[in-house]
Design a protein around this ligand. Structure first.
Ligand SMILES: NC(=O)C1=CN([C@@H]2O[C@H](COP(=O)(O)OP(=O)(O)OC[C@H]3O[C@@H](n4cnc5c(N)ncnc54)[C@H](OP(=O)(O)O)[C@@H]3O)[C@@H](O)[C@H]2O)C=CC1
Ligand SMILES: O=C(CO)[C@H](O)[C@H](O)COP(=O)(O)O
Length: 489
């Protein structure tokens, strides 16, 4: 009879395998399970147990009943499988073998609404459910990830020792894992993390493209620029790997980046971020432009055709190298700031709407290490949200206000030069437009209101009357007095 293990892990793909090894390396005994699909998916558990897990305190199972029985009660079982219906299927398979109080942890990139539903379902059966967003890719899973758990609160004290032990540690020693809130809040926070990841990646790509095409920098020179940026205020994992990618050579000695097809994939979390921001009535324009740009990039055939129809060969202006590099750095930093401000504002709105009581400073702290968007800049964000006078908007925090003021000149310059040269910079320009709109006490929305009222009697508020009073004008002289209902969705 084998000793009961501390935790079970289901799903031995890239994330699951590495998380199991990470748990074991922190002193936990782990049971692992992967499904067997005859003729398609066989021998996954055996290969892992005889390979990377050999000699370690990891027990492999191919029968779900044996797997569940091998874990100490109340059981902690982490699922690291493809998001969507596989999680529901697995839960149905697990339920008959669980005991009251057992805890299921979903570490995949599940949609937060699915998690809300699963928390209720598991609780209705006497079990507990934690939706824990995990970020850090393969390396983070093995050496320390950022983990964002939410769901059944009573499960936290029991899963905390394991989850915090496998989480990355910030420079001040804090684990990048803390309780987020009830229901699907952990997966909502992970979703916004991924949306921000999309935004950061798009901004970095635009920086690379502008420097490559307007200044003609070589891959080696570009790599040096990114390495230098990584020593300053932009220091982050994504900037660091960009510097490495740019100098990476293929087997034939050529730069690999030049051989990668320019069509970006996406697995859904960026799109969900935008859909949910829209549902909450919140602007998330930078991430939306990053999602749409991935979609446009994937339509390569149309782009190739359009490029032949519309682009003429023309002379490019000459730019001062040092100045333009500095402008791109300003645009990148300021736009990134806008993206985080938008993302955190969506988190705050979701927190209010769903009664999650999210702690924005704690979320920023959790993202400082382990995850894909880790950066030094998250310390400044945490500090801004922790200030006694908590800012209404991240850009109102005195530190960031001063930063934006310093960056604005270069940011504007870069956007205008790049657009003049017909360089696509959707994220840089979206951020700048957002900044201009945000900082405009007057916008042309009066015209939109007038048009809505003109054609559909949708009513408007007036500058010379108290807020909340709605008026309708008989614009044509032959319209009626009947108004459309005044509501916003
Ligand atoms: N890769 C990454 O960098 C990150 C991934 N994630 C998330 O972690 C989860 C795992 O990701 P990853 O390791 O990349 O692998 P995948 O997303 O490719 O998921 C593969 C795993 O899911 C299992 N699976 C698929 N369908 C079913 C099913 N119907 N029933 C049971 N198991 C099933 C697979 O089993 P089988 O081997 O039998 O096919 C395999 O173990 C996903 O939700 C992903 O979004 C989170 C952070 C980072
Ligand atoms: O969760 C992650 C990191 O935090 C994944 O790497 C992310 O899902 C990748 O997303 P996409 O495939 O949509 O670019």
């Amino acid at each position: 009879m084998q000793k009961k293990t501390d935790i079970g892990l289901i799903g031995l793909a890239v994330m699951g395998e590495n998380l199991a090894l990470n748990m074991e390396s922190r002193g936990w005994n782990v049971s692992v399970y992967n499904r067997t699909v005859p003729g398609i998916e066989e021998g996954v558990v055996d290969r892992f147990v005889a390979g990377r897990a050999k000699g370690k305190n990891i027990q492999g199972y191919t029968e779900i009943a044996d797997f569940v029985a091998s874990i100490k009660a109340p059981r902690k079982i982490m699922m690291m499988v493809r998001a969507g219906s596989p999680v529901d299927q697995l839960m149905e398979q697990l339920f008959p073998h669980l005991s009251t109080g057992d805890i299921l942890i979903d570490g995949g990139n599940s949609n937060f609404e699915d998690t809300e539903r699963r928390v209720k379902l598991a609780e209705s059966k006497g079990f507990r459910f934690v939706g824990a967003g995990v970020s850090g890719g393969e390396e983070g899973a093995l050496n320390g990830a950022a983990i964002m758990p939410g769901g059944t609160k009573s499960a936290w004290e029991e899963v905390k020792p394991v989850l915090q032990s496998i989480a990355a540690k910030a420079k001040d020693g804090m684990p990048c894992c803390d309780w987020v809130g009830p229901g699907g809040s952990g997966h909502f926070v992970k979703m916004i993390h991924n949306g921000i990841e999309y935004g950061d990646m798009q901004l970095i790509s635009e920086s690379y493209w502008v420097l490559r095409n307007l200044l003609g920098l070589s891959n080696e020179e570009l790599s040096k620029v990114f390495s230098k940026w990584n020593e300053g205020r932009l220091s982050s994992y994504l900037i660091e790997i960009t510097a490495n990618i740019l100098k990476h050579k293929d087997k034939d000695g050529e730069y690999l980046i030049d051989k990668i097809l320019d069509t970006a994939g996406q697995k859904g979390t960026g799109k969900w971020s935008v859909i949910n921001a829209m549902e909450l009535g919140m602007p998330l324009g930078l991430i939306a432009s990053a999602v749409f740009e991935r979609s446009l990039s994937s339509n390569k055939e149309v782009r190739v055709e359009a490029s032949k129809l519309f682009h003429e060969d023309k002379e490019k202006s000459l730019y001062n190298k040092a100045d333009m590099i500095e402008d791109v750095e300003s645009a990148l930093y300021a736009s990134k700031l806008v993206s985080y401000a938008q993302g955190f504002a969506v988190l705050q709105k979701a927190s209010d709407e769903f009664n999650w009581d999210l702690n924005l400073a704690s979320i920023a702290r959790m993202w400082r290490e382990g995850c894909i968007i880790r950066s030094v800049f998250l310390n400044d964000i945490a500090a801004a949200f922790e200030a006694e006078d908590k800012p209404k908007h991240l850009l109102f925090a005195p530190y960031f206000k001063a930063e934006i003021e310093q960056m604005l000149f270069g940011w504007k310059h870069l956007v205008s030069h790049a657009l003049k040269e017909e360089m696509p910079i959707p994220a840089f320009s979206s951020a700048l437009n957002y900044f201009y709109s945000l900082t405009s006490s007057s916008l042309p929305a009066n015209m939109i209101q007038a048009q809505r009222d003109y054609f559909g009697a949708h009513t408007f508020e007036r500058v010379d009357q108290p807020r909340g009073e709605f008026f309708h004008e008989n614009w044509t002289g032959h319209g009626g007095d009947t108004k459309s209902g005044t509501y916003n969705v």
